[in-house]
Design a protein around this ligand. Structure first.
Ligand SMILES: [Zn+2]
Length: 310
Protein backbone atom coordinates (compact mmCIF):
# COMPACT_ATOMS: atom_id res chain seq x y z
CA UNK A 1 0.00 0.00 0.00
CA UNK A 2 1.98 2.94 -1.27
CA UNK A 3 1.56 6.44 -2.63
CA UNK A 4 2.51 7.12 -6.24
CA UNK A 5 3.89 10.42 -7.51
CA UNK A 6 3.38 11.13 -11.21
CA UNK A 7 5.60 13.90 -12.51
CA UNK A 8 7.67 14.83 -15.56
CA UNK A 9 10.12 17.71 -16.03
CA UNK A 10 8.46 18.27 -19.42
CA UNK A 11 5.76 20.15 -17.44
CA UNK A 12 8.35 22.90 -16.94
CA UNK A 13 8.42 23.60 -20.69
CA UNK A 14 4.91 25.11 -20.62
CA UNK A 15 6.30 28.66 -20.71
CA UNK A 16 3.90 31.41 -19.71
CA UNK A 17 6.21 34.42 -19.39
CA UNK A 18 5.63 36.81 -16.50
CA UNK A 19 2.62 34.97 -15.07
CA UNK A 20 1.60 33.56 -11.67
CA UNK A 21 1.15 30.09 -13.22
CA UNK A 22 4.79 29.48 -14.12
CA UNK A 23 7.36 26.64 -13.99
CA UNK A 24 8.78 27.84 -10.66
CA UNK A 25 5.67 26.45 -8.97
CA UNK A 26 6.57 22.86 -9.78
CA UNK A 27 10.24 23.49 -9.06
CA UNK A 28 9.55 24.59 -5.47
CA UNK A 29 7.15 21.68 -4.95
CA UNK A 30 9.55 19.02 -6.22
CA UNK A 31 12.41 20.58 -4.26
CA UNK A 32 10.41 20.52 -1.01
CA UNK A 33 9.51 16.85 -1.57
CA UNK A 34 13.09 15.88 -2.44
CA UNK A 35 14.42 17.56 0.68
CA UNK A 36 12.23 15.26 2.75
CA UNK A 37 14.32 12.17 2.02
CA UNK A 38 12.18 9.83 4.10
CA UNK A 39 9.07 10.82 2.18
CA UNK A 40 10.77 10.98 -1.22
CA UNK A 41 12.16 7.45 -0.97
CA UNK A 42 8.81 6.06 0.16
CA UNK A 43 6.97 7.34 -2.91
CA UNK A 44 6.52 5.24 -6.03
CA UNK A 45 7.82 7.50 -8.82
CA UNK A 46 6.10 7.26 -12.19
CA UNK A 47 6.35 9.04 -15.51
CA UNK A 48 3.16 10.06 -17.30
CA UNK A 49 2.16 9.33 -20.89
CA UNK A 50 0.19 11.58 -23.21
CA UNK A 51 -3.56 11.15 -22.98
CA UNK A 52 -5.31 9.91 -26.13
CA UNK A 53 -7.67 12.11 -28.14
CA UNK A 54 -10.42 9.59 -27.33
CA UNK A 55 -9.89 10.14 -23.60
CA UNK A 56 -9.92 13.93 -24.03
CA UNK A 57 -13.06 13.81 -26.16
CA UNK A 58 -15.06 12.20 -23.37
CA UNK A 59 -14.92 15.68 -21.79
CA UNK A 60 -14.04 18.17 -24.54
CA UNK A 61 -15.11 18.93 -28.10
CA UNK A 62 -12.81 18.10 -30.99
CA UNK A 63 -13.00 21.81 -31.82
CA UNK A 64 -11.21 22.68 -28.55
CA UNK A 65 -8.46 20.11 -29.14
CA UNK A 66 -7.99 21.45 -32.66
CA UNK A 67 -7.97 25.07 -31.45
CA UNK A 68 -5.22 24.49 -28.84
CA UNK A 69 -3.15 22.44 -31.30
CA UNK A 70 -3.44 25.09 -33.98
CA UNK A 71 -2.62 28.02 -31.64
CA UNK A 72 0.50 26.21 -30.41
CA UNK A 73 1.62 25.31 -33.93
CA UNK A 74 1.34 28.97 -34.91
CA UNK A 75 3.14 30.01 -31.69
CA UNK A 76 0.27 32.30 -30.62
CA UNK A 77 1.16 33.32 -27.02
CA UNK A 78 -2.36 33.43 -25.49
CA UNK A 79 -5.63 31.49 -25.59
CA UNK A 80 -7.32 34.37 -23.77
CA UNK A 81 -6.15 37.29 -21.62
CA UNK A 82 -5.46 35.03 -18.60
CA UNK A 83 -4.21 31.94 -20.33
CA UNK A 84 -0.71 32.03 -21.76
CA UNK A 85 0.68 29.27 -23.97
CA UNK A 86 3.82 28.47 -25.96
CA UNK A 87 4.68 26.11 -28.82
CA UNK A 88 4.96 23.10 -26.44
CA UNK A 89 1.78 23.75 -24.47
CA UNK A 90 -0.47 21.41 -26.46
CA UNK A 91 1.87 18.47 -25.81
CA UNK A 92 2.39 19.49 -22.17
CA UNK A 93 -1.37 19.73 -21.60
CA UNK A 94 -1.86 16.25 -23.07
CA UNK A 95 0.87 14.94 -20.76
CA UNK A 96 -0.79 16.65 -17.75
CA UNK A 97 -4.13 14.97 -18.45
CA UNK A 98 -2.22 11.75 -19.13
CA UNK A 99 -0.56 12.02 -15.71
CA UNK A 100 -3.99 12.10 -14.09
CA UNK A 101 -4.97 8.94 -15.98
CA UNK A 102 -1.72 7.19 -14.97
CA UNK A 103 -2.61 8.04 -11.37
CA UNK A 104 -6.01 6.39 -11.93
CA UNK A 105 -4.31 3.27 -13.34
CA UNK A 106 -2.15 3.12 -10.22
CA UNK A 107 -4.98 3.28 -7.69
CA UNK A 108 -6.92 0.58 -9.53
CA UNK A 109 -3.77 -1.55 -9.39
CA UNK A 110 -2.10 -2.10 -6.04
CA UNK A 111 -1.17 1.47 -5.15
CA UNK A 112 -3.25 3.02 -2.40
CA UNK A 113 -3.34 6.62 -3.62
CA UNK A 114 -1.53 8.84 -6.09
CA UNK A 115 -0.70 12.45 -6.75
CA UNK A 116 -0.14 13.97 -10.18
CA UNK A 117 2.00 17.11 -10.00
CA UNK A 118 1.10 18.77 -13.27
CA UNK A 119 0.74 21.99 -15.14
CA UNK A 120 -1.15 23.52 -16.77
CA UNK A 121 -3.99 23.14 -14.24
CA UNK A 122 -7.39 22.05 -15.50
CA UNK A 123 -10.53 22.84 -13.50
CA UNK A 124 -11.56 25.99 -15.41
CA UNK A 125 -11.46 24.26 -18.81
CA UNK A 126 -15.04 23.65 -19.98
CA UNK A 127 -16.16 21.22 -22.67
CA UNK A 128 -15.61 23.89 -25.33
CA UNK A 129 -13.31 26.46 -23.86
CA UNK A 130 -9.80 26.81 -22.41
CA UNK A 131 -9.64 29.56 -19.77
CA UNK A 132 -8.24 30.57 -16.38
CA UNK A 133 -4.72 29.14 -17.02
CA UNK A 134 -6.33 25.79 -17.98
CA UNK A 135 -6.27 24.01 -21.36
CA UNK A 136 -7.74 20.55 -20.75
CA UNK A 137 -9.66 19.52 -17.64
CA UNK A 138 -7.28 17.00 -16.07
CA UNK A 139 -9.59 15.81 -13.26
CA UNK A 140 -12.63 15.50 -15.54
CA UNK A 141 -10.66 13.43 -18.03
CA UNK A 142 -9.40 11.25 -15.17
CA UNK A 143 -12.94 10.72 -13.83
CA UNK A 144 -14.27 9.60 -17.22
CA UNK A 145 -11.19 7.45 -17.75
CA UNK A 146 -11.87 5.65 -14.45
CA UNK A 147 -15.46 5.03 -15.48
CA UNK A 148 -14.62 3.71 -18.95
CA UNK A 149 -11.50 1.69 -18.14
CA UNK A 150 -12.25 0.49 -14.60
CA UNK A 151 -16.03 0.55 -14.35
CA UNK A 152 -16.09 3.11 -11.54
CA UNK A 153 -19.81 3.79 -11.15
CA UNK A 154 -19.54 6.78 -8.84
CA UNK A 155 -16.65 9.22 -8.91
CA UNK A 156 -16.43 12.04 -6.36
CA UNK A 157 -14.40 15.11 -7.33
CA UNK A 158 -13.42 17.28 -4.35
CA UNK A 159 -12.16 20.72 -5.40
CA UNK A 160 -10.56 22.79 -2.63
CA UNK A 161 -8.87 25.34 -4.90
CA UNK A 162 -9.71 28.97 -3.97
CA UNK A 163 -11.46 29.34 -7.32
CA UNK A 164 -14.64 27.58 -8.39
CA UNK A 165 -14.01 24.84 -10.94
CA UNK A 166 -16.56 26.05 -13.46
CA UNK A 167 -15.24 23.68 -16.13
CA UNK A 168 -15.56 20.56 -14.01
CA UNK A 169 -19.02 21.62 -12.88
CA UNK A 170 -20.17 22.23 -16.47
CA UNK A 171 -18.84 18.93 -17.79
CA UNK A 172 -20.74 16.88 -15.18
CA UNK A 173 -23.72 19.18 -14.51
CA UNK A 174 -26.26 16.74 -15.96
CA UNK A 175 -24.43 13.59 -14.87
CA UNK A 176 -25.45 11.75 -11.67
CA UNK A 177 -22.42 9.42 -11.83
CA UNK A 178 -19.83 12.13 -11.05
CA UNK A 179 -20.34 14.22 -7.91
CA UNK A 180 -18.67 17.63 -7.92
CA UNK A 181 -17.97 19.27 -4.54
CA UNK A 182 -16.29 22.66 -4.45
CA UNK A 183 -15.31 24.94 -1.57
CA UNK A 184 -14.17 28.31 -2.93
CA UNK A 185 -14.01 32.04 -2.36
CA UNK A 186 -17.22 33.68 -3.58
CA UNK A 187 -17.97 36.01 -5.19
CA UNK A 188 -14.72 35.66 -7.11
CA UNK A 189 -13.23 34.47 -10.40
CA UNK A 190 -14.73 32.90 -12.52
CA UNK A 191 -18.10 34.08 -11.15
CA UNK A 192 -19.81 30.69 -10.91
CA UNK A 193 -20.24 28.50 -7.83
CA UNK A 194 -23.24 29.82 -5.92
CA UNK A 195 -25.02 27.41 -3.57
CA UNK A 196 -28.02 27.42 -5.91
CA UNK A 197 -26.01 25.67 -8.65
CA UNK A 198 -26.82 22.04 -7.77
CA UNK A 199 -26.84 20.22 -11.12
CA UNK A 200 -29.65 19.72 -13.58
CA UNK A 201 -31.94 16.93 -14.81
CA UNK A 202 -30.55 13.56 -13.70
CA UNK A 203 -27.55 15.44 -12.31
CA UNK A 204 -29.62 17.50 -9.89
CA UNK A 205 -28.12 17.09 -6.42
CA UNK A 206 -24.71 15.81 -7.55
CA UNK A 207 -23.14 19.25 -7.63
CA UNK A 208 -22.48 20.85 -4.24
CA UNK A 209 -21.03 24.34 -4.00
CA UNK A 210 -19.83 25.77 -0.69
CA UNK A 211 -19.20 29.46 -1.40
CA UNK A 212 -17.02 31.17 1.23
CA UNK A 213 -16.60 34.90 1.67
CA UNK A 214 -13.13 36.40 1.56
CA UNK A 215 -11.38 36.06 4.91
CA UNK A 216 -13.50 33.13 6.16
CA UNK A 217 -11.64 31.67 9.14
CA UNK A 218 -9.79 28.41 8.64
CA UNK A 219 -11.94 26.74 11.32
CA UNK A 220 -15.22 27.73 9.66
CA UNK A 221 -13.83 26.74 6.27
CA UNK A 222 -12.74 23.30 7.47
CA UNK A 223 -16.00 22.73 9.34
CA UNK A 224 -17.96 23.47 6.15
CA UNK A 225 -15.74 21.04 4.27
CA UNK A 226 -16.24 18.29 6.87
CA UNK A 227 -20.01 18.79 6.89
CA UNK A 228 -20.13 18.60 3.09
CA UNK A 229 -18.22 15.30 3.05
CA UNK A 230 -20.61 13.84 5.62
CA UNK A 231 -23.65 14.93 3.64
CA UNK A 232 -22.28 13.49 0.39
CA UNK A 233 -21.28 10.17 1.93
CA UNK A 234 -24.88 9.33 2.87
CA UNK A 235 -26.13 9.49 -0.71
CA UNK A 236 -23.05 9.00 -2.84
CA UNK A 237 -20.57 6.40 -1.56
CA UNK A 238 -17.82 6.83 -4.17
CA UNK A 239 -15.80 4.17 -6.00
CA UNK A 240 -13.01 6.70 -6.52
CA UNK A 241 -12.22 10.11 -5.06
CA UNK A 242 -10.31 12.67 -7.12
CA UNK A 243 -9.01 15.83 -5.43
CA UNK A 244 -8.73 18.98 -7.51
CA UNK A 245 -5.85 20.00 -5.29
CA UNK A 246 -5.46 23.74 -5.48
CA UNK A 247 -3.34 25.32 -2.77
CA UNK A 248 -4.26 28.95 -3.54
CA UNK A 249 -6.83 28.57 -0.74
CA UNK A 250 -3.93 28.75 1.73
CA UNK A 251 -3.51 31.96 3.71
CA UNK A 252 -1.20 34.38 1.96
CA UNK A 253 -1.76 33.25 -1.61
CA UNK A 254 -1.42 36.24 -3.97
CA UNK A 255 -4.47 35.11 -5.94
CA UNK A 256 -6.78 34.25 -3.04
CA UNK A 257 -8.32 35.58 0.16
CA UNK A 258 -8.99 32.42 2.15
CA UNK A 259 -7.18 31.47 5.35
CA UNK A 260 -6.33 27.74 5.38
CA UNK A 261 -3.02 26.71 6.94
CA UNK A 262 -0.87 23.68 6.15
CA UNK A 263 -2.40 21.86 9.16
CA UNK A 264 -5.84 22.29 7.58
CA UNK A 265 -4.69 20.63 4.35
CA UNK A 266 -3.28 17.79 6.46
CA UNK A 267 -6.64 17.38 8.22
CA UNK A 268 -8.70 17.66 5.01
CA UNK A 269 -6.49 15.14 3.22
CA UNK A 270 -6.95 12.66 6.08
CA UNK A 271 -10.72 13.15 6.05
CA UNK A 272 -10.81 12.37 2.33
CA UNK A 273 -8.62 9.30 2.90
CA UNK A 274 -10.94 8.06 5.68
CA UNK A 275 -13.92 8.37 3.35
CA UNK A 276 -11.99 6.51 0.64
CA UNK A 277 -11.10 3.76 3.12
CA UNK A 278 -14.79 3.30 3.91
CA UNK A 279 -16.02 3.15 0.30
CA UNK A 280 -13.35 2.92 -2.36
CA UNK A 281 -10.59 0.68 -0.99
CA UNK A 282 -8.60 3.81 -0.18
CA UNK A 283 -8.49 5.01 -3.79
CA UNK A 284 -7.65 8.74 -3.90
CA UNK A 285 -6.15 10.52 -6.89
CA UNK A 286 -4.91 14.05 -6.19
CA UNK A 287 -4.20 16.36 -9.12
CA UNK A 288 -2.50 19.74 -8.70
CA UNK A 289 -4.54 22.80 -9.63
CA UNK A 290 -3.59 26.29 -8.34
CA UNK A 291 -1.28 27.61 -5.63
CA UNK A 292 0.87 30.65 -6.38
CA UNK A 293 2.79 31.63 -3.24
CA UNK A 294 6.26 30.32 -4.06
CA UNK A 295 7.40 30.89 -0.45
CA UNK A 296 4.84 28.47 1.01
CA UNK A 297 3.65 26.22 -1.84
CA UNK A 298 6.40 23.60 -1.48
CA UNK A 299 5.76 23.02 2.22
CA UNK A 300 1.97 22.95 1.77
CA UNK A 301 2.20 20.27 -0.92
CA UNK A 302 4.76 18.35 1.17
CA UNK A 303 2.24 18.34 4.03
CA UNK A 304 -0.50 17.05 1.69
CA UNK A 305 1.71 14.29 0.24
CA UNK A 306 2.94 13.29 3.71
CA UNK A 307 -0.71 12.80 4.73
CA UNK A 308 -1.40 10.75 1.59
CA UNK A 309 1.59 8.55 2.39
CA UNK A 310 0.72 8.15 6.10
ZN1 LIG B 1 -7.22 28.56 -8.28
Amino acid sequence: MTTALVYDPFFLTHQTGHHPENPERLKVIVSALQQDETLWTRLRHLSPRQVSDDDIMRCHSFRLIDQIKSLCERNVPFVDLDTAICAQSFDVAKLAAGAATVAVDEVFDDTRNAIALVRPPGHHATSNRAMGFCLFNNVAIAARYAQVHYGADRVLIIDWDVHHGNGTQEIFYHDPSVFYLSTHQYPYYPGTGSATERGLDKGEGTTLNIPLSEGTSADAHREAFTAALKAIEKHFPPDLIIISAGFDSRRGDPLGGLMLEDADFDEMTKQVMDMADRHSAGRVVSVLEGGYNLDTLGETVRTHVTALAS
